[in-house]
Design a binder for this molecule. Structure first.
Ligand code: HEC
Length: 241
């Protein structure tokens, strides 16, 4: 058979993914979603209103590893909402939304995302489509990230608590979880087993339920991930993998 025909037949096989050949696209946030001019304006806003609490050498730096641990994998609308509604603390009205949008562009730039041709606008739908991910795509989940998993709450004979049939961990936060309550209740279970460290308050009342657990991820353990539990939310009375 001539090579061309062989290739055509391969393409026609059911389930053959063309995308296996195609160069995968970088996430949308890498396509230049703010301008350099906006970044310059934003730097002034940050210096005037934010840096006294968020200097790069403090533990609340809006760049680098701390920022990645808190915001990696999350969407820009949530970051903007955090700035718009809560910053500066108790004086959120002091800085206009337009200035905060410029500050947002500067924060994105100082975390390595590239400028482009158009200013970032406050359009929620557009901001929600921008996920803060590495250029190569999926975010490597690291020890220290605040995450959530959904699964079945269980306890082994040694009284250790686990989430079984757990989903892969997703970046999360207490006031703004990755999945809203309806999505979480309907979420398909996964295949992970996650051990819970320092589970408090006592999880016992929720044994056997479908739950969401939030906390700090601890990786590189045998057999699996652990979560230093911060919050547990029951989602359904029973849990069927
Ligand atoms: C008076 C001090 C203060 C000022 C001024 C201030 N912040 Fe904050 N900011 C904080 C504190 C404290 C936190 C951590 C608590 C929290 O998340 O609410 C925080 C958290 C944040 C976070 C989340 C950081 C993370 O790693 O998760 C962002 C983003 C942020 N601030 C942006 C801003 C911006 C933008 C401005 C200027 C418009 C600003 N802040 C001004 C004190 C301040």
């Amino acid at each position: 058979m001539k090579p061309l025909f062989a290739a055509l037949i391969l393409l026609m096989l059911p389930g053959f993914a063309l995308s296996a050949w195609a160069q995968s696209d970088p996430p949308a946030i890498w396509k230049g979603v703010f301008t350099q001019a906006q970044v310059e304006r934003g730097k002034t806003v940050l210096e005037t209103h934010c840096v006294r609490c968020h200097a790069a050498d403090r533990d609340r730096a809006l760049a680098g590893e701390i920022f990645e641990l808190h915001w990696g994998g999350r969407t820009v609308d949530r970051l903007f909402r955090k700035m718009r509604e809560t910053m500066p603390p108790k004086q959120a009205g002091m800085v206009s939304d337009a200035d905060k949008l410029d500050a947002l562009a500067a924060v994105l730039e100082q975390n390595g995302f590239p400028p482009g041709e158009k200013d970032l606008t406050g359009d929620e739908t557009m901001l929600a489509a921008l996920r803060m991910l590495p250029r190569e795509g999926p975010l490597p989940m690291k020890t220290g990230m605040f995450v959530e998993v959904i699964g079945c709450l269980s306890q082994d004979p040694k009284s250790t608590w686990f989430v079984t049939s757990a989903t892969d961990p997703l970046p999360s936060s207490l006031d703004d979880p990755a999945l809203d309550p309806q999505q979480a209740a309907a979420a398909a279970l996964g295949s992970q087993t996650v051990q819970l460290l320092y589970p408090s308050p006592d999880p016992a009342p929720h044994r056997g339920k479908k739950v969401r657990v939030q906390g700090l991820l601890i990786r590189n353990n045998t057999p699996g991930d652990r979560i230093n539990m911060i919050a547990l939310t029951p989602l359904a009375a029973d849990c069927r993998p």
